[in-house]
Write a protein of this length. Structure first.
Length: 471
């Protein structure tokens, strides 16, 4: 491809990760066509700068940051190019968000097969991280539902990949953190639904052993399983919390399916009781975001979860609970938050998480939120999944705790590795090159680097995460 570069570097801006715990100044470009992506590559090569793709910037860590380099903001490439409600096939530009996608397909009786806990993420970002949902144990990561994608390589070549065609790149670019090329269009198959509602079983678990057993036992009989863990509880209460296990309704179970699938019955209301704007809620949460406040909130939530019950909930409400309070992450204050998500085999999870949670309490650095899921392995190159569970823990960062927290998370890394665990590159911000080598294996890293040499011989695609983990 020939490039006619008229771009110039005049948009230097400070960008942050989702958790507002990291900052990096970059030159930001908003391409609207694949050709413009190549123009940015040419400019980068001329100026000796690196390039990182950014979707919605919802990664908790430095995956979409590129200090001193160029950020390729793909949010303007956000057209749903084709949608066939008969077959459930959709072709999108990479900047299409999950919000746009479900709102387009849901009224015709379809739902994205895998979604993240927020609907604000873009498809390009979701493929690059190969996101998992609350159904990972059954449906695998999002990559397993991609039929085809096209991508622009830094060489200017535009390639098409399917599980059969250019299969090595298909399985490496999905999960490849935007380090091999830039997705320019994505074709996926949606999942059939017969109602706008789901049936949710909610019940308490009183310790870690019960918690993990509930995830394990409920997975075979439910479409989705997720646990909330009170990570402030210690001693014999470690691991207590609540499980939500849900099923899509079958065809006969919702006589008003057309009605429940209407968008008005799905979208999350912007106001509480129709009056108070939810966008202001994080200001009221802020004073509680200290150890004692969070302990109180978690304890109250646990007590409120003691009732076992079944209820019906819209798809959007079940999947995107974290979107209920817009900008909730701002409640963590100036230093922001770090999310640490570890994936552990089912045999070692209990002992390891018990030790990690106890260590966080000894250090007076408790996690403020804990979320658990059940997983199964997949065959993508930089996979984070395994036959076991994940626990995502949110930690508040302050100037006073940053160094100690970082030390503790590195200790967590050692405990997870010893237990045969894995990490997720969209979340953790501490994973070192050594830790990545240990869980991915020498052979995988070598293969990734070989593919990188083939797709990106001048090493244009680099992010802060890439430099931290792969260099
Ligand atoms: C509240 C919340 C809940 C979440 N819940 C989940 C969850 O349940 N499961 C889960 O797996 N993850 C979850 N995440 C993480 C999130 O899904 C991933 O970080 C996802 O990658 C973010 O998408 P994004 O569009 O914001 O991408 P960004 O954060 O902007 O980028 C992520 C990566 O994708 C690359 N990239 C972006 N666009 C392209 C493109 N077009 N081509 C190539 N590379 C590209 C970037 O370079 C970067 O490496 C959650 C995040 C938040 C904030």
């Amino acid at each position: 491809m020939e490039a006619n570069t008229t771009l110039s570097l005049n948009s230097f801006t400070q960008l942050e990760n989702f958790g507002h715990s990291l900052r990096a100044p970059s030159y930001r470009f908003h391409p609207t066509r694949a050709e413009e992506i190549f123009e940015v590559f040419c400019l980068a090569e001329k100026m000796g700068l690196s390039v990182t793709a950014r979707g919605a910037g919802k990664s908790y860590n430095d995956a979409a940051l590129n200090g001193g380099g160029i950020l390729l903001d793909l949010s303007a490439m956000n057209q749903i190019l084709e949608w066939d409600p008969a077959s459930g096939l959709v072709r999108c530009e990479p900047g299409v968000t999950l919000e746009q996608l479900w709102q387009r397909v849901e009224p015709s009786g379809w739902w994205p097969p895998v979604v993240s806990g927020t609907m604000k993420t873009t498809l390009g970002g979701c493929l690059a991280a190969n996101i998992h949902g609350k159904n990972n144990f059954q449906k695998g990561p999002i990559g397993e539902h991609v039929l085809e994608f096209t991508a622009m390589l830094p060489t200017g070549e535009q390639i098409t990949c399917t599980p059969e065609k250019n299969a090595d790149l298909f399985y490496a670019m999905i999960s490849g953190l935007g380090m091999l090329g830039i997705f320019t269009s994505i074709t996926m198959k949606m999942k059939r639904i017969h109602s706008g509602l789901m049936s949710v079983d909610a019940f308490p678990v009183h310790n870690l052993n019960q918690h993990l057993r509930a995830l394990l036992d409920n997975a075979p009989t439910h479409d989705y399983v997720v646990g909330w863990m009170d990570t402030t509880a210690g001693g014999k209460n470690i691991g207590r919390g609540q499980i939500h296990a849900s099923n899509n309704l079958k065809e006969v179970e919702d006589p008003n399916a057309q009605e429940t699938m209407r968008l008005e019955n799905q979208t999350l209301p912007p106001r509480i009781f129709g009056v108070f704007p939810k966008s202001l809620l994080h200001y009221f949460m802020s004073p509680f975001m200290i150890n004692i406040g969070v302990w109180g909130v978690n304890t109250a939530k646990y007590v409120a979860s003691l009732r076992t019950h079944t209820f019906r909930q819209s798809h959007a409400a079940f999947h995107f609970l974290l979107d209920y309070v817009p900008n909730w992450e701002l409640a963590y204050g100036r230093g922001g938050l770090i999310q640490y998500q570890s994936f552990l085999p089912k045999e070692t999870a209990e002992e390891t998480w018990r030790a990690m949670i106890a260590l966080s309490h000894r250090n007076r650095l408790p996690s403020y939120l804990g979320v658990t899921k059940r997983h199964r392995p997949d065959k993508f190159l930089l996979t984070h999944a395994l036959d076991g569970f994940s626990l995502a823990m949110d930690f508040k960062v302050t100037d006073g705790t940053r160094a100690k927290l970082s030390q503790m998370l590195q200790e967590f890394d050692r405990m997870v590795l010893k237990a045969g665990g894995r990490f997720y590159f969209a979340k953790n911000s501490e994973t070192s090159a050594e830790a990545a080598r240990a869980f991915l294996g020498e052979e995988t890293i070598l293969k990734f680097k070989e593919l990188k040499k083939r797709c990106d011989p001048s090493n244009l695609l680099e992010s802060d995460l890439f430099r931290r983990v792969f260099e």
